[in-house]
Design a protein. Structure first.
Length: 402
């Protein structure tokens, strides 16, 4: 069990209803019922750091919200954050600003591959990975993760087979991995790097959860592994998940290779993606400058939530399986002892347990019988959701079904 930092009060419940937030105000549209407790979409029920709130309020007090410039202080805050938190020294010229990680992934696919090319992904994985490939007329190539003794691992034999096919041009890596919560070890990333270098396949590395890593684990930036990895990769990062500012629509790409960077910039100009959210820029800069203590406290709280989840499942839901995530604030629940059909599981969770989780099937066929739960909420809400699930499953056990 982790020791929790109590300097910040993450237990305080701040109502989010009627604020226009997807997580709480889209229940009827998403689940077909407003009578569910939402622990799904990946944002947090915690207020952003005080420094971020103060900066936004300060700027909002000026009555004109026109086009903004990208000050050098923003780039410097990114450079210093990446160096201090992840040990990677980057240069200003490598940084491309963007309205979000998913648009950045789509841009990079357009820039670094051609229609019909294969893009490798590792399901179960973040649903927009599938859409970013399919919607841009590329081929989805699956390298499914292997589930061994409750822990997900990369199938390197299959990965090499897929990389060796000259039609496959890119590997879209999720690091840390959403939804299974793996923080890839350096040796695992080095093996990916060696294989991709051997077969001349570029890596698009989604590292949006890079700051959200629990004790005993360390995030390694893929591009920090060496010059070839650095040159043959695009790294996607943002302060959005870390500091709960996803609604401000701001992220950045790190593209050390001048040629690849020029190709991506060409597509940015072609699609006229050359402006960024005023408040997203300000929030990111101040979060990176002043958010260290808040983030450390957040990580303590999130890891305690993860411990509570695992303990609850193991002691009170023994037929449900879960491994403590190594990073992110998401956990991957295995309900296959009860349900192998995704629609039946979703109906049970929504209409019987009355909790709103992400359907595992949305993360690929490997997610059938699974659900993703968002731990970034007050512990009382997490426990209420788990109690609801327990009560509903006990009814199934009593009736002798499944």
């Amino acid at each position: 069990m982790t020791k929790e930092n109590t300097t910040f009060n993450f237990d305080q419940i701040i109502p989010r209803h009627a604020t226009g937030c997807s997580k709480w105000d889209s229940l009827e549209k998403v689940f077909g019922s407003e009578d569910v407790l939402p622990l799904w979409v990946a944002d947090m029920d915690f207020p952003s750091p005080e420094a971020v709130i103060r900066k936004i309020n300060e700027r909002a007090s000026h009555p004109i919200y026109g086009y903004n410039t990208q000050e050098s202080s923003l780039y410097q805050s990114i450079i210093e954050w990446v160096k201090s938190r992840h040990g990677w020294q980057i240069e200003k010229d490598w940084i491309l600003l963007a309205p979000g990680v998913v648009p950045s992934i789509a841009l990079s696919i357009l820039a670094l591959s051609e229609p019909g090319d294969g893009i490798i992904i590792q399901p179960p994985v973040y649903p927009p990975f599938f859409a970013s490939i399919k919607d841009n007329d590329r081929e989805i190539v699956l390298n499914p993760l292997l589930l061994k003794d409750g822990r997900y691992e990369i199938d390197f034999e299959d990965l090499e087979e897929k990389l060796s096919n000259s039609k496959n041009k890119l590997l879209l890596l999720c690091s840390p991995h959403n939804p299974v919560g793996r923080v890839w070890k350096e040796e695992e990333l080095r093996k990916i790097y060696e294989l991709c270098q051997k077969y001349k396949v570029d890596v698009l590395s989604d590292e949006i959860h890079n700051d959200l890593v629990f004790s005993g684990h360390k995030h390694t930036v893929f591009a920090s592994l060496g010059t070839p990895a650095c040159k043959q990769s695009v790294t996607f990062m943002a302060a959005s998940k870390t500091f709960n500012i996803a609604g401000l629509n701001f992220s950045f790409m790190i593209v050390p290779c001048q040629r690849r960077r020029a190709l991506i910039e060409r597509w940015m100009h072609r699609l006229h993606i050359n402006r960024n959210n005023l408040f997203g820029v300000l929030a990111t800069e101040v979060a990176y400058q002043e958010g260290d203590a808040w983030l450390d406290a957040l990580l303590s709280y999130l890891e305690k939530n993860a411990d509570v989840l695992v303990d609850f499942v193991q002691t009170r839901l023994p037929r449900v399986k879960v491994n403590k995530p190594e990073g992110t604030y998401l956990a991957w629940l295995d309900f296959r002892a009860y349900f192998t059909n995704a629609k039946e599981l979703e109906h049970f969770l929504v209409h019987t347990a009355k909790v709103g989780l992400n359907s595992g099937a949305n993360f690929g066929s490997q997610g059938e019988g699974f659900a993703r739960i968002n731990l970034a909420t007050q512990r009382s809400i997490l426990l209420e959701a788990l109690n609801r699930i327990e009560k509903a499953l006990l009814a199934i056990d009593r009736n002798g079904k499944k």
